[in-house]
Design a binder for this molecule. Sequence first.
Ligand code: ASP
Length: 333
Amino acid sequence: MALPKIAIIGTGGTISGVGRDRLDFYEYGTSGRFMKVDELIAGVPELPRVAEIVSIPYKNVGSTEIGPADWLALVGIIHETAAADPTIAGFVITHGTATLEETAYFLNLAVKVPSPVVVVGAMRPSSALGADGGLNLLNACRVAGCPQARGMGVMVVLNDEINAARDVAKTSNYRVHTFISRDFGLLGYADADRVQFYRKPLRRAAPDTEFDVSGLKALPRVDIIPAYAGADATLVEAVVKAGAKGIISAGFPSGSPSPAQKKALVQAAESGVAVVQSSRSGSGRVIDDKVALRDAGFVAADSLTAQKARILLMLALTVTSDRDDLRRIFDEY
Ligand code: ASP
């Protein structure tokens, strides 16, 4: 049987990081040395046993440098590559873990091709003792080439586990078991014998979304305001002054800003800024409370973390600024 053709797009990150020696587990970050995507692929000589690989170099950076311009570029690369070669069965993006969940969720909302897209990283640099990147990359290619992966939206694969881009978060600074979908659980496993799925996400995801980013050069500015005891209005006022079209309030659990932040956020909402209320807990829903949220002009983030709510709001603001429509979007995605 012919092997699936998988395009691997390299962006850098620890998965391609090169340290001083085998015990360099954290200082490699400052060396700025990364393997090119072709070297990364060559470092896993078993890859041709699971897929026919096409490599696409994009960048070689730590993912703290990846942002909205890269998200738009990556969607463009996926669309152009799929159009130029319809035999490509799936896409794998190698990425630093710091912002991996953000890139994955953006792609989950903006990619229009039906082939599976998997974002993969590693917690240990390629040069380290016990490096996890090689197996993660192999597993990502197995998942991207697997027919059952269609219709799952964009996925994140590390540590043999397959998670949905919407639900997954990096939960630990150094452990290899860091990517966890706290509230909803993983989708399946990339086990030694086969790729096995157990569930399918219900929220709208690629390629069935209403967001078309082709031709967009930038996204609307959306900032995140964290709640902390005694927080005043300074940060809210600053982002409004900076031109924010939207604000995510990462509130005290179960979802409220400090009193001073609330006053400033209500004013921002009255002036036309879209305000979405999330919670800093990283777990559970923010409820669309009539008095606390609706009457204040706020939209509930549902179960999205602040960083994911920001991405959904950035895309939502490309199609609407109507509050009820924004509420529908946060209910559907
Ligand atoms: N600093 C790294 C990055 O996000 C962390 C990693 O890749 O694990 O690029």
